[in-house]
Design a binder for this molecule. Structure first.
Ligand SMILES: Nc1ncnc2c1ncn2[C@@H]1O[C@H](COP(=O)(O)OP(=O)(O)OP(=O)(O)O)[C@@H](O)[C@H]1O
Length: 582
């Protein structure tokens, strides 16, 4: 049942390429038939054209012409299967890769938190290559092998059944050998794949953190880690090549054994006048026509195993249901006012971990500026990441403008929320491309206005190339404050009703901070804003400060009120502004 299911899903990918597939199978059969005809022609020449009376020129010319014609047909058919067949396989692979990437993008933060990017990269790239090989060679090799095995068997029996029996006595041994080694090869290849995926993860990890590596001068440690996974890969390739060498040379050995046995038995049959020399020559020529598709079939079992394994891994990811999806009847938000309500909200990252918080009740009015304060790890970022549904609440619910966010179309929900974080992610590309990310299709004027609002226009104009300046991988060519202002421009362009500022200025120096702070204040105007700040000076003017503790919301109020009640906030504030001196 499982296999049928997998097969059905696999076959579905052929649908757009039905015509090419059938043409491919037709030409594969045609090429196989021509191969079967060659030894026949040799037989005609040796039997009828050459005799003691001389050479029958007319017949030879006729045979040569047929030879030529068959060669043209074989060449054209093989060209079709080699080119169009491979292109079909590549197109199927490309369709699968698109589906996989689309799906992976839908998977929630929870999934990505627990999955190594390098492993996913391997699945999207190398694994699917095996599937493409199977998609192309699977049906084709089956047809070629069947036509050739049946055709040559029929011809061999017709020439001499006793010699055919010799082959079919040895062939099962060869198949058992081939099957045994093909399993070993499959295991070796699987190991290779796992290890190359490890290397990919390692490269991804080390190179993404190259700045940390170099700042700690830990290149040698990274090199050691790399050397060890590279060595493990080398070892698995070594054992793979060993199995491969045994396998292919063993097969060649069996083929030689079959040929020698046929020659010996054939010689005996000739001596008893049971066989002609010309028949023995034709028979020997047909052995290859029979053995070659057998080898092909064995190879195909390998392709099949790899391809199926690759396809299973592909399906495995596709089977992961995005845990955060649109409900059946979703609402699309329009004209959002920006009221945000947490109703008895509780959250745990996984069923095994502790609740980060529970029983959180907060109502934030449209346009209100609310600061979240609390010690490190208390859950401020987590609380905010529930609003765009990056994670799903474990208890309670969140409402925007009185609508439960689980009933809002995910895209629509996220379209109305802007986030500025401390750890900014800019894509490698130009300044303009990065700002445009906030509203694809925006005009140049809109981009410049957003940049001006974010205090970014001037420094952008100073860059070589201005808005078309290339900013490097993750924006490495820009300063922290500049990156931050580009990310703010991006949100200005998006123009969301709800804003989350997650410690956006805490990594900046005073000058940068004031530029960024100014633009953030402008950005927050008329939007419901949640600010997470470590530097309490930046939130003194907040309309409301919510203080989180391990027990939930500990205090709530304005800065002045909270100082007056002299609780958790006052303690945090005093720690920052009146540090104890010895
Ligand atoms: N992706 C995650 N998977 C599992 N646990 C997480 C994850 N992210 C955060 N946590 C845990 O959840 C708790 C709250 O983290 P969170 O980042 O929300 O705190 P925070 O108050 O924003 O801290 P800080 O002020 O240091 O940024 C922490 O104990 C943290 O270890």
């Amino acid at each position: 049942m499982y296999f049928v299911d997998i097969l059905k899903k696999f076959i579905a990918y052929y649908k757009p390429y039905k015509k090419v597939l059938f043409a491919d199978l037709f030409f594969a059969s045609l090429a196989s038939v021509t191969v079967l005809a060659y030894p026949m022609l040799v037989n005609q020449i040796t039997n009828n054209a050459i005799s003691d009376e001389g050479i029958a020129i007319e017949l030879v010319v006729k045979m040569v012409l047929i030879f030529g014609l068959l060669m043209v047909v074989e060449y054209a058919s093989n060209f079709y299967t080699d080119y169009f067949g491979h292109v079909m396989g590549a197109k199927i692979e490309s369709d699968m890769r698109n589906d996989l990437f689309e799906h992976i993008q839908k998977l929630s933060f929870q999934y990505h938190d627990n999955t190594r990017t390098g492993q996913l990269m391997s699945r999207i790239t190398t694994d699917l290559f095996d599937v493409s090989e199977l998609a192309h060679h699977g049906p084709e090799d089956t047809v070629i092998s069947m036509v050739r095995i049946m055709g040559s068997f029929f011809i061999l029996v017709n020439i001499n059944w006793m010699l055919t029996l010799v082959i079919f006595l040895i062939l099962p041994l060869m198949l058992i050998f081939a099957y045994h080694y093909s399993i070993k090869m499959k295991n070796a290849l699987k190991k290779n794949k796992e290890r190359i995926a490890d290397i990919n993860s390692q490269i991804e990890d080390s190179l993404s953190g190259i700045r940390v590596v170099q700042s700690f001068a830990n290149e040698e440690i990274e090199m050691d880690k790399f050397r060890s996974s590279n060595h493990r890969f080398l070892e698995s390739r070594k054992s793979g090549y060993r199995v491969e060498a045994l396998f292919f040379n063993g097969l060649t050995g069996f083929i030689s054994f079959i040929n020698i046995s046929v020659v010996i038995v054939g010689a005996i049959l000739i001596s008893y006048n049971q066989l002609l020399l010309t028949e023995l020559i034709t028979f020997l020529l047909y052995i290859n026509t029979l053995i070659d598709p057998v080898k092909r079939l064995v190879n195909f079992t390998n392709n099949l195993q790899n391809g199926v394994a690759g396809f299973e891994r592909f399906m495995e990811i596709l089977a992961v249901k995005p845990d955060i999806m649109d409900a059946k009847n979703v609402t699309v938000l329009s004209d959002v006012k920006g009221k945000v309500e947490f109703v008895n909200v509780g959250f745990q990252y996984s069923s095994e971990s502790n609740y980060v918080f529970s029983h959180i009740n907060i109502t934030v009015n449209p346009g209100e500026y609310v600061a979240l304060v609390g010690s490190s790890g208390v859950g401020k970022t987590t609380l905010c990441s529930l609003i765009p549904r990056f994670y799903e609440t474990s208890e309670g619910l969140i409402k925007i403008d009185d609508t439960n966010i689980k009933t809002i179309k995910l895209k629509s929900l996220r379209d109305h929320i802007g986030i500025v974080q401390q750890d900014i992610y800019l894509f490698s590309g130009t300044v303009k491309e990065n700002i445009l990310y906030g509203k694809p299709g925006a005009t140049d004027e809109e981009i410049i206005t957003a940049a001006r609002n974010a205090n970014a226009h001037e420094f952008i104009m100073g860059l070589p190339g201005g808005y078309n300046a290339y900013i490097g991988q993750r924006g490495v060519k820009l300063s922290g404050g500049q990156k931050q202002r580009i990310s703010i421009a991006r949100v200005f362009l998006k123009n969301p009703a709800i804003l989350i500022l997650d410690e956006a200025t805490s990594a900046l120096d005073n000058e940068s901070e004031s530029l960024v702070q100014q633009s953030l204040e402008k950005l927050a105007k008329n939007r419901t804003t949640f600010v997470i700040a470590h530097r309490l000076s930046t939130i003194r003017n907040a309309q409301r400060i919510i203080v989180l503790s391990d027990q939930g919301i500990a205090e709530e109020g304005t800065h002045a009120n909270l100082i007056k009640i002299d609780g958790v906030y006052a303690k945090l504030y005093n720690m920052q502004f009146n540090p104890v001196t010895l």
